[in-house]
Structures are given as C-alpha cells and as structure tokens.
Design a protein around this ligand. Structure first.
Ligand code: ACM
Length: 687
C-alpha cells in the first residue's frame, strides 16, 4: 500500500512553495472545511481543545454497530492528531457524548432517518440523532472539524443541525472490466462513509468478467472470471462492513447485454450458439441473452433467487444498458418469435425481457433498478430509473411517476473536473428545454444520484486517485442544500477532504510519486523525479471517451504510464489558468504576475533537465515530445507576459501562435493533455 509519505515526498522546494501559494490563496477560513457542508451551521465562540484525555462516550441507547463506530472514531482521532488518547490521561477531559434515541432498521432502508445534531462547546460536544445512522454521519462531521490551531488540535465551538437533501447518494464501482480486490472495495466504502455517501452500487458482471460466486451456476465464476471473483462469504462480509458505515449495498447484474462472461460457462443463455470467451476488449459487444426462450427465465429465476438472498437491500439492479440487438437480428428463431408476438422492434423485445425479469425480481421480494433504457411505455411503476445518457430521462421518468437517480454528469471515469460534476444537479434537467416544471410530487420522485466509475482505464492501483476527491464534490451536491453551489468554495475545501481520505488509505488528489519512481527505472539517482513531477503536475488524461480512440486498449494492457499516475484534474493548471484569467481581464496583482512568471520559467527550463531521464526507461521515452511541448508553451507564455508587462502592441502573429498552442494541447502520443495551453492562450490573447 502506498503511504501518504511516499505519495507527497520528493517535491522540489520551488514546486512546494508555488503549490502551497496556489492552494491557500483566496481561501476564506470563515467556515470549517467541511464536505459535504451541513444543512445548518452556526459558529459559536471558543473551541474544544483536544489532548490525550479526550474521549467519546455513548449515553443511553446503544448497539454493537454504534460501539464499533465509537471505537473507529477514536482510532481516527488518534490518527488525525497523532495524540495517544486514553481516557485516563491528564488533561482537559473534553468529551464527545453520543446520544441516540433508538435503533435503526435491521436492513438500512431508503429514506431512513439520517439526521443528526452536533453541538460543540469548549468542554463538551453532544452528538444527538434519532438512530445510529445519523450518529455515524455526525461522527464524520466531528472528524472533519478537527483542526490544528496555535493552541493545539481543536474543534471549533459550533452548532450543527444536519440532514441530507437526497436519500439516495451512491457510488457505482465497475468490478467487471478490472476486478477490484476486497481491499479496494473496503477502502472505497471507507471513503464513502467520510463524505456521507450511502449506497454502494456494486457492478458485478460484464462482458469482461463475472465477479460473484454462484453455487447454483458455478460455471459463471468458474469460466467467466479468470478466478477473480468475490465468494459469497466475502459478499456477506462486505455488506456487513458497509452497514457498519451507514451504507447500503445494491448489486448490479447487467442484462440482457454486457453478458459475454456469463456465456462462457452457459452458452445456451445467449442468442447465438457460441462458444464464448471472456471479452478482453472495451466497447459494446453483440452477445445478449435470448429473450425468446423460457429456459432463459428459468435460469434467471434460480439465479436471482440465489443473489437476492445474498444481498439484503430492498433494491436490485439488473442493468439493461447498451444492448445492440445484433444477435437478435441475426437469429431466425428470435425473429419468428417477434413476429408471432407482434413485437415491432428490438426496444420492444428488450422491454418484454425487462418486464419478465422485473416480475422475477419482484417475486424474490426486491424492487428493480435499471439504466435509463429500461424506461419504456409499459415499464412497471416501481422500477427505479438510473439516468446515464442525459439528465432528460430523469425528468421524463419523474414526470411519468417513476422514481429515478442521476448518473449523467457524475461519470468520474470521463476525467472531467470536480467543478463540472459539482454543478450537475439532479433537479437541473427538470428546468430544461421549455418542458413544464416538475410539480413538487414529481420532484419527490428524484431520489438522488450516483457517482459512476467504469474501469476500462482503472486498475486497483489507481482507483482511489480517480474516484477521489471528485466524488466528495458530488457527495456534497447530493447531501447539502441546493443553493450550496459555490465552485471556489468547493475547491477551497477539497484539499482538506482529500488529505483526510489519504488517512483512510486512499492515495488521491495528486500525482502518484511511487508510480513515477517505478517509471524511471532502477537507477538510484532520484534527481530526475522532481522534473518528471513538474511535467506530471500540469498534464491531464484525455476527457470523455477519447483515450480509447487514441490506441487499442484491452484488459491486458498495462496502465502504468504517466497518464495513469496523474489525477483527472491538474490543480496546478486550474490555478495557473485562473492566474492567466486575472492577467487577461486586468485584475491581476503584482504577485499574480510574479507567480505566473515563476510557473512559466519552471516549465520552460524543465525539459532540458528532464530529457536525459526520459530516454533511460521505456516507460518514460514516450514523454519527450510532451516535455518539449510544455517548454515551448511556456516560452510562448513568457513572451506574451513580457509584452503585457511592457504594454507592447498586440502580436501580429497572434493567430499563428494560438494555432501552434492548439497543436500542442493534446492528447498526444502519451495520451496527455498539456494543460498549460489554456492559460498561455489567455496570455497571448491579452491586449
Ligand atoms: C452505461 O454507462 N452503459 C450505463
């Protein structure tokens, strides 16, 4: 496991100084850096000082889950402060008293009371909640309030009354394309707890892998997983682990498409004879279940009986996305079936399949969830619609009386910025395109949303750095009041939660130094790594689906390049672009000018220092042109900055220079985007 010390060390001093300056500038410290922000927060005067005598006690109702939460909380307090906390130590004897009115439901339910109150005074903090579920959230808030002050570690006096805006705040993890070991699953759940997400949507079957042990149909995992699957005991342990952290677990078995891995062991389920192999490539593939055979439904009845018993949640996801229907078109028996039943097209055939599956899911006591393709004219009204192709389907579902959740806008695999995700709101679409606004009853059908992590380009090693910290911003969207949408405030608070997530073993929010060290090879000379870091801090991976268009990737492709070691969003580039924006609009200070110049000088000089290192390892050789482009971009920026500061005339070659910058923006042969370009382009355009 990567420790945060490995992760953060080796930063050259100049980079540290600059990065620190960019991180702290403009941060108003009037509010503690909480994420998600509580519904109501009143600062009080004073603070509770923390020392070794601090303790948390449960007053009144308790249950084992709450006791375990208290124990974990104290361990986190020790970890965050470095202070050994044993109740009998000398000191202030400040206390957190946890008061819970009564038990929560045996299986966490959608809409269960999650509210809590937290009142902190200098001597005593009181956390009160109707159920342990609310108390779990309040404990996380308390942990986020701990700050280093001139007097020592402390929690500011405050009065918080908090509850979520939406009852369904999920994170979907695709464990089909790249299997994610239990360690990563648990750590993801730990991160979810920290930001009050409450649904772990476990995507368990794909063309590329079937990931759960079935005792009824052992060839599912036996032939469809390369041995990489979760045993039923591991599933039960994970469900219990999540429950301890206030998180429901909803499995997804995607059907009728995305099912190649099922057919390796059970080809008779498919709409073409086979044989089948585990799919290794990425994309949308033809294999689909045969909706015309009764045997398909008999199989699914038994399978769903087994899996609905394994996962206690009231909801059960059966996918339904991206079935291209090609196997159906090519199968004469299926075509005859469609004619015989008056089924006019593949969408109608899939709707018929979905209706049958929905009956089975209901018979096994669950409510069905599906991707937005399952919303058809006759879809039963208790199906929950997960909107991914655009937010409009969520509004349409709500208008037609279906409950729904938003994932469109929260696809964290697409390498968009935290700010973009943050502003996507489950209720935005309801105002779109001249449609009548939703009534309050229709709005109530919108249950929340899910951050969505597909894993074509994600291995266990890099999962955390791509899930976090952006999912914390999405968590705030789903928890906090609707008018909490100030992007600079979100970015100002993000580093704190990012750091806290590192304590949970989730390396995130920066370049993975350990991966840079691996890339540069066996040399014991580490002087090159800081130069590699300078480059790494100002590039970004391709957005949307671009990476897969640059070269062919499959399940066997190593994801160990620079593009895999970097976060989705460059903090340095965002801050530099903001600096350049201030210079562009004339609001920049002298310090802004100096800071922009420092970055440009650093980037311009970096290539000469980095070049010898790049050729020493196959893993870095591809970066030569990327590094040269950064130097050239910086040179253009310095020329523009000189001209701006000397009040020179506009560059007659401005259009040419902008075109050159565009040609260096990427994604390039290293699948990297040069994120110095947007800011430098602004400088070139400055009059
Ligand atoms: C999906 O992204 N195919 C649901």
């Amino acid at each position: 496991m990567v420790s945060s010390s490995v992760y953060r060390r080796l930063l050259p001093i100049c980079v540290v100084a600059l990065a620190w300056a960019t991180h702290t500038s403009g941060q108003a410290q009037s509010l503690p850096a909480l994420m998600p922000l509580p519904a109501h927060l009143d600062p009080r005067s004073g603070q509770m000082l923390l020392d070794g005598s601090f303790d948390a006690t449960i007053d009144g109702f308790s249950e084992p889950r709450l006791e375990r939460a208290r124990t974990r909380f104290m361990a986190r307090m020790v970890q965050q402060t470095g202070i050994p906390m044993v109740g009998s130590a000398p000191g202030t004897h400040a206390r957190l008293v946890i008061r819970v009115a009564g038990p929560s439901q045996p299986v966490q339910a959608l809409g269960e009371d999650e509210a809590y109150r937290l009142d902190v005074t200098p001597q005593r903090a009181t956390l009160s909640a109707g159920t342990p579920l609310g108390a779990l959230h309040g404990l996380q808030t308390f942990l986020q309030l701990v700050t280093a002050t001139p007097q020592g570690f402390a929690v500011p006096a405050v009065s918080i009354a908090d509850q979520p805006r939406f009852p369904w705040r999920g994170l979907m993890l695709d464990t089909g394309r790249h299997f994610m070991p239990l360690e990563q699953v648990r750590q993801t759940i730990d991160g979810m707890e920290a930001v009050k997400l409450n649904v772990f949507h476990w995507h368990l079957s794909e063309d590329q892998g079937f990931r759960v042990e079935s005792k009824q149909f052992p060839l599912l995992q036996g032939k469809g997983s390369d041995g990489l699957f979760y045993t039923q005991d591991q599933v039960r342990e994970t469900v219990a682990y999540a429950r301890d952290r206030g998180i429901r677990v909803i499995p997804e078995f995607d059907m009728p498409g995305h099912t190649t891995a099922w057919f390796v062991g059970y080809p008779e389920l498919a709409s073409a004879p086979g044989p089948y192999q585990i799919e290794r490539r990425w994309g949308v593939f033809d294999p689909a279940m045969d909706p015309s055979r009764e045997e398909t439904y008999q199989f699914l009845d038994t399978f769903l009986g087994e899996m609905t018993a394994l996962f206690p949640d009231a909801y059960f996801h059966v996918g339904g996305d991206e079935c291209n229907g090609k196997q159906w078109d090519a199968n004469p028996r299926i075509q005859a079936f469609m004619r015989a039943h008056g089924i006019k097209d593949n969408a109608a055939l899939q709707a018929r399949f979905t209706a049958r599956v929905q009956q089975l899911v209901t018979r096994h006591g669950k409510q069905m969830v599906g991707w937005d393709e399952v919303l058809q004219p006759d879809t039963p009204h208790d199906v929950v619609i997960q909107s991914w192709r655009g937010p409009e389907s969520l509004a349409e579902a709500a208008r037609r009386g279906y409950r729904g959740i938003l994932s469109s806008g929260y696809y964290i695999d697409l390498n968009q910025s935290a700010g973009e995700h943050y502003l996507a709101d489950p209720l935005n679409a309801t105002e779109a395109k001249g449609a009548p606004p939703l009534t309050p009853a229709q709005e109530a059908n919108i249950l929340g949303g899910e951050t969505t992590m597909w894993t074509e380009f994600i291995t266990p090693e890099i999962l955390a750095n791509r899930v976090w910290p952006r999912s914390a911003a999405i968590a705030e969207r789903l928890w906090s009041p609707r008018d909490v949408r100030d992007v600079p405030s979100m970015y100002a608070r993000l580093p704190r939660i990012s750091h806290e997530l590192e304590y949970l073993g989730l390396p995130n929010g920066g370049v993975r130094i350990d991966m840079l060290e691996r890339m540069r090879g066996g040399s014991t000379d580490s002087t090159g790594v800081p130069h590699l870091l300078v480059l790494a801090q100002v590039v970004q991976p391709p957005r949307d689906y671009q990476r897969g268009e640059l070269k062919t990737y499959d399940q066997f492709t190593p994801l160990n390049r620079l593009v895999d070691a970097i976060p989705a969003e460059s903090d340095v580039a965002r801050e530099f672009t903001a600096l350049a924006g201030r210079i562009h609009d004339g609001s920049a200070s002298a310090a802004d000018h100096a800071e922009a110049r420092r970055w440009l000088v650093l980037w311009q000089g970096n290539d000469a220092a980095l070049a010898p290192l790049l050729s020493a390892s196959a893993a870095t050789a591809e970066l030569g042109p990327t590094s040269r482009n950064l130097a050239r971009t910086a040179a253009i920026g310095l020329t523009a900055l000189d001209r701006i500061e000397q009040h020179g005339p506009a560059d007659a070659r401005q259009q040419e220079v902008l075109a050159e910058l565009k040609s260096m923006a990427g994604p390039d042969q290293s699948a990297l985007r040069n994120m110095a370009v947007p800011g430098v382009s602004l400088l070139v355009e400055t009059r």
